[in-house]
Design a protein around this ligand. Structure first.
Ligand SMILES: Nc1ncnc2c1ncn2[C@@H]1O[C@H](COP(=O)(O)OP(=O)(O)OP(=O)(O)O)[C@@H](O)[C@H]1O
Ligand SMILES: [Mg+2]
Length: 274
């Protein structure tokens, strides 16, 4: 897809990165800041493994997973097999609606407070229950069909690593963000995320450096990013209060300028690759 010069507002953001780098923490912090700016923030939990995002957002319980709405994982697997045997893999559909807004979902599939809405795709609960592909397929379809109102913005908490790119989850995202903690592994994964993002025609908007213990470490990482051609959106220092809140299952909130500065940069209109 060719780059256009047309400015495009960021409405669909996905947060990717290495396991444990702080994706869910940053999703919660972005949701807080965006809601303060009067956005209705739709958070999609697309990570099939971790179970704490609803607490990070201050919800007592998670919503029912979308996987139940479409008849469960086995049903999606059956449909996947059928679609593969028909040789038609691109148009597979498990959601009955051609388009849907969050308000079209049954009430127990959504939890909402303070301008933040959580929708979750589904989790792996048992050993040997099979791969997470059905969740990837459902995430991709939900994102493709999701209609956002003018005052809504979407933030997706991705599973760790890059497998979601193989499942095409990014095809309906217009801003891919990578989280980098101070490690070479994490930096290299961000590089890979940037490459894969451009391959699917989405916009890689930059890296959030996280869990840095000093200004020096932050600037070393930003320089490393620059040398790899990766733009930095900003840095979040290691804050014990974030760690303590997440350990206690409390809502993640942070005062100071770090998150507002990142959101300012993230929302800057920019040329889209679509
Ligand atoms: N800036 C920070 N300061 C202090 N602790 C942090 C910070 N960011 C994340 N953490 C802590 O690091 C741990 C991992 O964070 P988080 O769960 O957000 O990572 P993740 O990338 O979503 O992990 P996963 O890949 O398992 O989904 C948590 O204990 C969290 O509290
Ligand atoms: Mg997480």
């Amino acid at each position: 897809m060719s780059q256009t010069s047309e400015d495009r507002a960021i409405k669909r953001i996905s947060v990717c990165g290495k396991g444990g780098s702080g994706k869910s923490t940053i999703v919660a912090l972005l949701a807080e800041e965006l809601s303060v700016r009067d956005w209705r923030v739709i958070v999609l939990d697309s990570d099939e493994s971790n179970a704490c995002l609803h607490w990070m957002l201050g919800f007592e319980y998670p919503p029912r997973p979308l996987l139940e709405l479409v008849g469960g994982k086995k049903n999606v697997q059956r449909q996947m097999q059928k679609t593969f045997s028909d040789g038609n893999t691109s148009d597979m559909a498990v959601l009955s609606q051609p388009k849907l807004a969050v308000g079209d979902l049954p009430a127990d599939y959504v939890v909402e407070n303070d301008g933040r809405v959580l929708v979750t795709v589904g989790k792996i609960h048992q050993s040997l229950e099979g791969c997470a592909c059905p969740m990837g397929v459902l995430s991709r379809e939900f994102l493709k069909k999701l209609q956002l109102a003018d005052d809504e913005v979407l933030v997706v908490d991705m599973e760790a690593g890059i497998e979601h790119f193989g499942r095409g989850v990014e095809t309906s995202i217009d801003a891919v963000v990578a989280v980098v903690e101070p490690s070479l592994e994490s930096l290299m994964l961000a590089e890979k995320v940037e490459q894969l993002t451009s391959q699917v025609g989405a916009n890689f908007v930059g890296v959030i450096v996280n869990k840095v213990h000093s200004v020096d470490i932050a600037s070393t990482l930003v320089n490393e990013l620059r040398s790899r051609g990766l733009p930095a959106l900003g840095a979040i220092h290691y804050h014990e209060e974030l760690f303590a809140a997440s350990l206690a299952g409390r809502r993640i909130q942070l005062t100071g300028d770090e998150v507002p500065n990142i959101v300012d940069k993230l929302l800057e209109p920019r040329a889209s690759a679509r």
